[in-house]
Design a protein around this ligand. Structure first.
Ligand code: ADP
Ligand code: ZN
Ligand code: ZN
Length: 827
C-alpha cells in the first residue's frame, strides 16, 4: 500500500503537490502540519500538508518527504479553506498566499540566508551538538545559506536545528537584518543582579553615604518599589517594570546620576519594546460610560448582529467609535472568543494598544509584518492555542492570516482606507473583504467602522446586506468643525497671498496660536516642489528609469524620483539648452514648512511626511512632540488623516484641495471627500468648536461643497450615480491586468494579443491595452487591461475564462517573459 501527502509549497504555484510518505507517517501527519520536502534539482522547502491520501499521482513519481516538522498542526483547517478562497477569488497561487501568510521563520528553505544575531549572549553549554556546530560556523562567516548548514552537519534534516536556534534568539533570517523598522524601545531600571536576594543592601547604602544625589535616587527607587510591594512581589521579579524616566522624574534627579549608579553596578538598565511591555498597571477601574448616542449605536449594532453578519458603524469623526468597540470587545471576551482588530496603518497601533491595554490588560497582542520573526511566531502560537494573552489581536492587514482557534468578532477600523488593499506582491487581497469571509468561516461577527465609509461598503449597508448604524454627533457635545472656503483665484487676483498662504489662513493661524492652540496644515505632496522647469526651453528633468518628472527636495538640494528613489543634485543649468533660467512649479510640504518659518518666525514648525518619518520612531517622535505641544504648527501629507486624536488642535488648513480632485481615477472624488473630511476631523476634538480653512480654485465644486456641509450622503448619491453611468463598483467588479516588460515593442504587441483574446471571449466591457499615466517604472514599460464584470454576470466563470486566456498567453514563447499581475477589485 502506498501513502501520500498533498502539500502546498511556498512558491508561486497554483497547484498542490503530492509526496510519498510511510504508513507510520500517514497515521501521524495531520492537515496543517509542516513537512520538509525536496523540490526541483536540489532545493528543500517547508511545505504545508493539506491532505493525506492513497492516490498515486499519474503525471509524476512522488518524491519522499524529508521530515515532519511539527507535532501538531500549526495551521488550522479554517485557515487552509480561507487561503484557498483568497487564492481563487484574487486569482493567485495558493503558494503565494501560504508564503504571504506565514512568518518567514516558519517556512525555511534551502536558500534562506541566516546570520548570527548581534549583541546577544550565548550560553554554549545550552546548545546541542548540532546547534553548537552551526553556531561555531557562524563565528567564521557572517552569514550562511540553510543548505550550507546541511553540509556542515552532514545531514539533510536541518530545519528543526535552525528553528531551535531562531527560537533561542541566536540566529536571525538575513531579510530581517535588512529591515529598517525598529520598534520603539523603553528603557527600564532595576537593582543589579548582585542584590537579587536582598543581601548587601545595607552595605550598599553605606557606600553611598557621601554621594547624596545617588543615595536619594536609590531611596526613591525603593519607595517606588515599596508601593508595588504591597502586592506581594519581590524587587527583582517586580511585576510592574520601572522606567528610567519615571525614576528620574520621581527623584527629581538626572539621568547622569542614574548612569553613575549603573557604572557602579548598583543599578542595571534593560530595554523592552513599547508595545510588548507586560502590562500590569491597573486596568481602568472606572466603568466606561457610553453617552446616549454611543449607547444607542451600541444597542443598534447588537440588534443588527441578530440578523446580519456584518454591520457598518458610520460615525462622524470624534463620535467615540473606539469606546463602542471597547464595549463590544468586552462582551465577546466574556464568551471566551477571540477578537481581531484591524487597523490601516502600523503606526497607529501604538496609540491604540495603550488605549486597549488600559481596559483589557495583558489580553491584547499586536501583530504586523514588521515585527521580527520571534515575535510573530510567538503571537502565532498564542493565537493558535487560544491563549488569553492574545485574546485580542490588533494588527495591520496581515493579522488576518493568524491561526485563530475560535474567532468571535472582527473590527475593521477606518474601513475605507486604501491601505487595506495589498498591491504587491500577490496575494493582492483586500483585508476588509477577506476579513468578512474569514469571519464567515468562524461564524463570527464583523464591525466596519468609519466616518467616511467607502462607497462599496455604504452600498452594501444601504442595500440591506450589512447592518447600518450611524452616529451624527461628536462625543461630549463637541461641535463639528466650522469649514470655511477660500477662493484662491480671487485671493491671487486681489494680491492677498503670501507664498501659498491666503490672508484668511494667516489670520486663522495667528489667532489660534495667540490662544495657545495648535494648527495642522495639510498638503498632499511631499518635497519642496514637484517640478523644476527651464524658463527658456520648457525642459523638465525626468527620472531615467521611470516616466515621471523628478521632485525637488530643497533641503538636500536634490531632484528625486518618488517611484524608484533615483536622485541627482539639483542642476544649475538646463540639461537640454544649458540655460541657467530654471524655475520651480507646484509645491510640497517642505516648501510650506519653509514659508511658515518666515511667516511665523517665533513658532515651532513640524513636518510629517514620508521623508521625516523614515528613521527610527520618526512617526512617533513627531506625534509625541505635537501631543506634548512642543510644536505649534504641523505640516503633513495624508499621514495626518488617519485617526489621530489630538486635543489642542483648533485649526486645520488644507493648502490646496484641487490636486486631489483632479487625479485620473474613478475614486478621486470619493477619496478627496474622505481625505478632507478626515483631516478636518482633527480640528476641535475637545470642547471648543474647531475651524477648518480649505484653499481651492474651485469653491463651487460639488465634492468641496459636500465636505463643507458634512454631506456624506450627498457625496454618496452623486458618486453612486457616476459609478453606474461609467460602469464602476459597486455596479461592476473591476479586474485590472498589468503587464510589464523592458522591451517596449514586445510589451505593446503582447498586451494587444492578450486584450484581443480576452475581449473576444468575454461578452463584457474590456478596456485597453492602455498606457497608464506613468508608463515606465524602473525601466519597465507598463500596459494595463481593465475588465468590468457587471453584477448580473457570473464572476467565477468570467475569472475561469480569463485564467484560460492567461494560460494561453503564457504558452506563447515570445510573451513568456512579460510579467503579468492580476488585481481583483483593484483600488
Ligand atoms: P472616533 O474614533 O469616532 O473619531 P474617538 O473614539 O477617538 O472618536 O473618541 C474621541 C474622543 O472622545 C477621545 O478622546 C475619547 O477618549 C473620547 N471619548 C469618546 N467616548 C467616550 C466616553 N464614553 N467616555 C469618555 N471619553 C470618551
Ligand atoms: Zn532649457
Ligand atoms: Zn524613478
Amino acid at each position: 500500500m502506498l501513502f501520500f501527502a498533498e502539500v502546498i509549497l511556498p512558491l508561486s504555484l497554483a497547484k498542490t503537490f503530492t509526496y510519498s510518505i510511510s504508513e507510520a507517517e500517514y497515521h501521524y501527519i495531520k492537515k496543517g502540519m509542516r513537512v520538509a520536502v525536496p523540490f526541483g534539482k536540489s532545493r528543500i522547502y517547508t511545505a504545508l500538508v493539506v491532505e493525506t491520501h492513497q492516490n498515486q499521482p499519474t503525471l509524476y513519481d512522488a518524491k519522499e518527504i524529508h521530515q515532519i516538522l511539527d507535532e501538531n498542526p500549526i495551521v488550522t483547517e479554517i485557515q487552509i479553506a480561507h487561503w484557498q478562497w483568497i487564492a481563487s477569488y484574487y486569482m493567485c497561487a495558493i503558494g503565494d498566499v501560504y508564503r504571504g501568510a506565514m512568518p518567514s521563520a516558519l517556512i525555511l528553505e534551502s536558500e534562506t540566508i541566516i546570520s548570527q544575531k548581534t549583541d546577544v549572549f550565548v550560553d554554549e553549554s545550552e546548545l546541542s551538538d548540532d546547534e553548537f556546530l552551526v553556531y561555531q560556523a557562524l563565528q567564521q562567516q557572517s552569514s550562511l545559506k540553510v543548505q550550507d548548514i546541511a553540509s556542515i552537519l552532514n545531514k539533510k534534516n536541518i530545519f528543526p536545528v535552525i528553528q531551535k536556534l531562531i527560537d533561542k534568539n541566536i540566529l536571525v533570517l538575513q531579510e530581517e537584518m535588512l529591515e529598517s523598522y525598529k520598534p520603539k524601545l523603553v528603557r527600564y531600571i532595576r537593582l543589579h543582579s548582585k542584590y537579587e536576594s536582598n543581601q548587601g543592601l545595607g552595605e550598599l547604602l553605606e557606600t553611598l553615604k557621601n554621594a547624596n544625589k545617588q543615595k536619594e535616587i536609590v531611596l526613591t527607587y525603593f519607595q517606588l518599589i515599596a508601593s508595588e510591594k504591597t502586592r506581594g512581589e519581590t524587587e527583582r521579579s517586580l511585576a510592574k517594570p520601572l522606567t528610567v524616566k519615571k525614576l528620574v522624574e520621581s527623584a527629581n534627579s538626572t539621568s547622569a546620576i542614574v548612569k553613575a549608579l549603573i557604572e557602579k553596578e548598583i543599578f542595571e538598565d534593560y530595554y523592552i519594546q513599547e508595545d510588548r511591555v507586560n502590562f500590569t498597571g491597573e486596568t481602568n477601574e472606572r466603568e466606561l460610560q457610553l453617552s446616549v448616542a454611543q449607547q444607542k449605536a451600541f444597542d443598534g449594532i447588537k440588534d443588527s448582529f441578530i440578523q446580519k453578519e456584518v454591520c457598518l458603524l458610520h460615525g462622524v469623526t470624534s463620535s467615540g467609535k473606539t469606546e463602542i468597540y471597547i464595549k463590544l470587545i468586552e462582551e465577546y471576551l466574556l464568551t471566551g472568543k477571540q477578537v481581531l482588530y484591524l487597523l490601516p496603518e502600523i503606526a497607529l497601533t501604538t496609540q491604540l494598544v495603550g488605549r486597549l491595554r488600559a481596559y483589557f490588560g495583558n489580553k491584547v497582542a499586536v501583530f504586523h509584518s514588521k515585527y521580527n520573526n520571534n515575535e510573530r511566531v510567538e503571537v502565532w502560537s498564542q493565537v493558535l492555542q487560544n491563549s488569553e494573552k492574545a485574546q485580542i489581536v490588533i494588527g495591520a492587514r496581515s493579522a488576518l492570516f493568524l491561526p485563530f482557534a475560535d474567532l468571535g468578532f472582527v473590527i475593521v477600523d477606518e474601513e475605507h482606507e486604501q491601505t487595506f488593499k495589498q498591491i504587491d506582491p500577490a496575494p493582492r487581497y483586500h483585508a476588509r473583504d477577506a476579513a468578512v469571509v474569514l469571519a464567515n468561516f468562524h461564524k463570527a461577527k464583523v464591525l466596519l467602522g468609519s466616518a467616511t465609509p467607502s462607497i462599496e461598503t455604504y452600498f452594501n449597508a444601504s442595500s440591506d446586506k450589512y447592518g447600518l448604524v450611524e452616529i451624527k454627533e461628536r462625543y461630549g457635545n463637541v461641535m463639528m468643525p466650522d469649514i470655511k472656503l477660500v477662493d484662491l483665484k480671487d485671493k491671487y487676483f486681489r494680491k492677498r497671498m503670501k507664498g501659498h498662504f491666503s490672508d484668511t489662513l494667516i489670520e486663522g493661524i495667528t489667532n489660534a496660536i495667540a490662544l495657545g492652540e495648535q494648527v495642522i496644515l495639510f498638503q498632499n505632496r511631499r518635497g519642496y516642489s514637484p517640478i523644476v522647469e527651464c524658463m527658456t526651453c520648457g525642459h523638465v528633468p525626468h527620472c531615467q528609469q521611470c516616466d515621471v518628472s523628478l521632485t525637488y527636495h530643497k533641503h538636500k538640494n536634490q531632484l528625486r524620483c518618488h517611484y524608484c528613489g533615483y536622485s541627482i543634485a539639483k542642476p544649475t543649468h538646463c540639461h537640454s539648452c544649458s540655460s541657467v533660467d530654471l524655475t520651480t512649479k507646484g509645491f510640497g510640504t517642505e516648501q510650506i514648512q519653509q514659508e511658515l518659518v518666515s511667516l511665523f518666525p517665533d513658532n515651532k514648525i513640524g513636518r510629517m511626511d514620508q521623508d521625516t518619518t523614515r528613521g527610527k520612531f520618526g512617526f512617533e517622535k513627531i506625534i509625541d512632540s505635537f501631543k506634548n505641544r512642543e510644536v505649534d504648527i504641523l505640516v503633513g501629507t495624508q499621514m495626518l488623516a488617519k485617526g489621530l486624536d489630538f486635543d489642542n488642535v483648533s485649526l486645520v488648513g488644507i493648502m490646496n484641495a484641487d490636486n486631489m480632485l483632479y487625479h485620473p481615477d474613478f475614486r478621486a472624488f470619493e477619496r478627496s471627500f474622505q481625505m478632507m473630511t478626515q483631516v478636518s476631523g482633527r480640528s476641535g476634538r475637545s470642547e471648543k468648536q474647531g475651524k477648518v480653512i480649505i484653499q481651492t480654485y474651485n469653491p463651487e465644486h460639488n465634492t468641496i461643497q459636500q465636505v463643507t456641509n458634512n454631506d456624506y450622503s450627498g457625496m454618496y448619491k452623486e458618486q453612486l450615480y457616476d459609478r453606474q453611468i461609467y460602469k464602476y463598483p459597486p455596479y461592476f467588479r473591476i479586474i485590472k491586468i498589468t503587464l510589464k516588460h523592458r522591451d517596449f515593442d514586445k510589451l505593446k504587441e503582447g498586451a494587444m494579443w492578450l486584450y484581443q483574446v480576452i475581449s473576444q471571449n468575454l461578452n463584457i466591457p474590456v478596456l485597453g491595452p492602455e498606457e497608464p499615466a506613468i508608463n515606465r517604472i524602473r525601466n519597465e514599460y507598463i500596459r494595463t487591461i481593465i475588465i468590468k464584470i457587471p453584477t448580473n454576470t457570473s464572476v467565477v466563470s468570467t475569472k475561469n475564462i480569463i485564467q484560460k486566456m492567461l494560460n494561453s498567453f503564457d504558452s506563447v514563447a515570445q510573451y513568456r517573459a512579460i510579467k503579468v499581475a492580476i488585481n481583483i477589485d483593484f483600488y
